[in-house]
Write a new protein. Structure first.
Length: 205
């Protein structure tokens, strides 16, 4: 039987924080913080939060934020909750990126780091992000970008499929991200190379 992405991440959860991909992700998060600016009491959503490391890092720098992390992997969420300690303003719940169970215009800021590449319906995800953001709110999208492969990818979206997890993953260039975001009513993004082969894109509602 073919393993689903949910089963894949459930199986990975207990060792996730100590494996090479996660170590790389955490280093990229640290570099991303140079571009992050949150309000003192910002309401923050982290989509595909995994073991919660990004929300913890954000809370350390901005202790007044109210943060929600969502992930479809219960085992990832279990790891996140075990590390929460006295960070009472952070909660972790199960959910899907393409069907967010939140009110319209609920969040000041939404993050999606190293999970967008896994989503089969990126248009739907961005539409949901736009819906739950307050006017003037910002969406931070951080994902790998293998620029050296760009000439090998299709000219329309230059998406690379790789069998590194069930159903593969996809990489989006700055132009791809702008096209997807504008389809969801965002304006053009600001794009910054982060930590070797990642790209940070910031979109504003």
């Amino acid at each position: 039987m073919t393993m689903s992405k949910q089963q894949f991440f459930n199986a990975w959860a207990s060792s996730y924080d100590w494996l090479l991909p996660s170590v790389f992700y955490q280093a990229a998060h640290q570099h991303m913080m140079d571009y992050v600016d949150l309000k003192e009491r910002a309401s923050v959503l982290d989509i595909g939060c995994g073991t919660g490391r990004l929300l913890y890092r954000l809370n350390d720098r901005y202790p007044g934020i109210n943060g929600i992390g969502i992930d479809f992997s219960l085992q990832m969420l279990r790891q996140a909750r075990q590390q929460r300690g006295d960070r009472t303003r952070l909660i972790f719940i199960q959910g899907r990126a393409d069907s967010l169970r939140f009110a319209d215009e609920q969040f000041d800021t939404v993050f999606c780091t190293f999970s967008f590449m896994h989503y089969p319906d990126p248009d739907r995800v961005l539409a949901e992000v736009y819906r739950v953001l307050k006017p003037g709110g910002q969406f931070y999208l951080l994902d790998p970008l293998l620029s050296l492969l760009d000439p090998l990818l299709s000219s329309a979206y230059r998406i690379q499929h790789l069998p590194l997890s069930p159903r593969g993953i996809r990489f989006y260039s700055a132009g791809d991200r702008d096209a997807l975001a504008q389809h969801a009513n965002f304006g053009p993004g600001r794009h910054y190379p982060i930590f070797f082969v990642s790209l940070l894109s910031i979109f504003e509602k």
